[in-house]
Design a binder for this molecule. Sequence first.
Ligand SMILES: [Zn+2]
Length: 105
Amino acid sequence: MKFECPHCHEKTFSPLQKALCGSYRGMGKPCPKCGKRATNGMTGIYFQSATSVIMIVAIVAIYLKATEKVQSSIIIACIIAGYFVLNFLFNMFFGKLVEPIRLMK
Ligand SMILES: [Zn+2]
């Protein structure tokens, strides 16, 4: 399973390489074939905004209901870790690779 480069249209990015390209706002990673940079497209940004809203709501809810301080901070740490893992996996398997916004003319 490989993803298409937005420049040369060859399937050069593995899921892991695609995830490491980062978000649309970042610098991206160069294509192994043509050397031009690619990042994950807007779907990644939408997914990230949606999951960060859920994460903040969950953290606030846990914080307000917390009776055991140590236990609740462990749960909050797990939610934050889960948020990063989820977004990484989303970039690995979903969305398209696009040209980085910083390099667009
Ligand atoms: Zn390429």
